[in-house]
Write a protein that binds this ligand. Structure first.
Ligand code: SF4
Length: 470
């Protein structure tokens, strides 16, 4: 830890919305500001600088941002009236997409920065203290931001940690802002990724989740040159780090699941048998309109290959219902795909237009009432599948990574290989250990269990536990 971080002279509060990538980015922004004397603040009231790290994916992202900025304006004024100062920055995808609107509607914002320019934050803070008006930096600079961020992380992440290996996307799905806000696909070279993973393990991480908007498009420079590494090769190298018990990666695209990645699932016990693989729709018509570049059959074939390689693999996915042009028969095809695959977990959303994306201006928008009805039907089916998967674990002994203390005295919390939160009575001396746990009960979103003697066993494959169609 740097001296500045050990005894901070100024306080920084970062609010993150959205995905794990944003949480990771917030950590890196704290890292670059630590040498300027910024340490963590409990909340905005105690902060000399507040960063709102925004996400454009979810609905009403900009309304949420502007209402938060309204609250912070009052706080900033109070501080200034008392002779103090608060630097206010907006970062992330909304900043990238709507930078000009932010400065027009909220002129009390000092800094607007896109996800590719976090390494320039110290310079922007210095400029903001001199400038009248906001400093805006939403470029896609030629130099990669990862190369400019400091190596050492000021704050250890704990037993489970995130590590960004890839950013941006070139796929231009019709509904998605990522190619516009995060820019073209970029992969970090493998050597700094491995170095960061070793550092995280030395700081206590036992599980690392590799992050990227399209993480399995990863193609980073190999250490020492030569051919670039794909994600499968990178996972193999990470699996050799002593003390690193578990690996995961998210978010993946079905088109980028190659043989090397499938083989990694077959060969690496550290690679957890749980994969988030968005399919979005089960209709080939809609998948084509979404510009996904795969069919429903392609997705089924990828799922089969992965399950053949790792029979206990559970799948999670994302669905959008009511994409422009989606008919009842297309939605039925989505339900059919869900029944055929059987998901342990899934996220489903009504299509909502994102400004600047092709689908937003498509003429054949689906009426809201129809979207609502379809979403309810899909979520009922997915909930049944999730509950059935969780029930399939009851009565089994599974390996649980203990991640922290539980809500009640004498309880600890952990994580199953399939990402279920698990609660059990045990000593907090076990934090950081993988222990066998007999699963006693399944709830919709978690499991409860008890420490078991002996070794954990694998659950049956997910498909054998598939519930009856809704
Ligand atoms: S692949 Fe994912 S990140 Fe890329 S455009 Fe499509 S939805 Fe967005």
């Amino acid at each position: 830890m740097s001296e500045a971080a050990a005894s901070p002279r100024k306080r920084l509060f970062i609010r993150s919305w959205g995905c794990q990538m944003n949480v990771y980015d917030s950590g890196r922004m704290a890292d670059v500001l630590a040498p300027l004397g910024y340490g963590p603040a409990e909340g905005p009231d105690a902060a000399d600088m507040v960063i709102l790290n925004t996400c454009h994916i979810r609905e009403k992202a900009s309304e949420k941002l502007f209402s938060e900025l309204g609250r912070l304006r009052a706080l900033k004024r109070e501080k200034e009236a008392a002779g103090g100062r608060m630097v206010l920055a907006v970062a992330g995808c909304v900043a990238q997409a709507e930078g000009a609107e932010i400065t027009a509607r909220a002129p009390w914002v000092d800094i607007v920065l896109g996800p590719q320019t976090y390494h320039r934050l110290p310079e922007m803070v210095a400029r903001a203290s001199r400038a009248a008006g906001a400093v805006i930096d939403t470029d896609f600079p030629a130099e990669a931001k990862f190369d400019r961020l400091p190596e050492a992380s000021a704050a250890p992440q704990g037993v489970t940690a995130f590590l960004t290996v890839q950013e941006g996307c070139d796929k231009f799905c019709s509904f998605c802002v990522v190619p516009y806000t995060r820019g073209a696909e970029y992969s970090r070279p493998a050597a700094p990724v491995l170095a960061e993973a070793r550092r995280l393990v030395a700081q206590g991480a036992r599980e690392i989740t590799l992050l990227g908007q399209n993480v399995n498009a990863y193609h980073g420079d190999a250490p020492g040159g030569g051919r670039t590494w794909g994600l499968g090769r990178l996972l193999r190298a990470l699996a050799e780090i002593p003390g690193l018990e578990r690996l995961r990666y998210t978010t993946s695209h079905p088109r980028d699941v190659d043989d090397e990645l499938v083989a990694a699932h077959r060969d690496l016990p550290q690679l957890m048998p749980f994969l988030h693989l968005p399919v979005q729709s089960g209709s080939d018509r809609v998948l084509a309109a979404m510009n996904r570049g795969h069919t429903a059959a392609d997705f089924l074939s990828v799922a089969e290959r992965l399950r053949a390689a790792r029979p206990d693999l559970a799948l999670s996915s994302d669905f959008i219902v009511g994409h422009p042009g989606e008919r009842a028969a297309d939605f039925d095809a989505t339900l059919a795909l869900v029944r055929e695959v059987g998901f342990a977990l899934a996220y489903s959303f009504k299509y909502s237009p994102r400004p600047g994306t092709p689908a937003a201006s498509a003429p054949n928008q689906v009426p809201e009432a129809e979207k609502d009805a379809r979403l309810q039907a899909l979520q009922a089916l997915l909930r049944d599948q999730q509950e059935a998967f969780n029930r399939s674990l009851v009565g089994r002994t599974i390996p649980v990574l203990v991640t922290g203390t539980g809500r009640h005295h004498g309880q600890v919390a952990g994580r199953s290989p399939w990402l279920n939160p698990v609660h059990l009575s045990a000593s907090d001396a076990l934090i950081g250990e993988v222990v066998p746990v007999a699963v006693l009960a399944a709830h919709t979103n978690s499991l409860s269990g008890a420490l078991a003697a002996g070794t954990a066993t694998e659950p049956p494959s997910q498909r054998r536990e598939e519930p009856a169609p809704a």
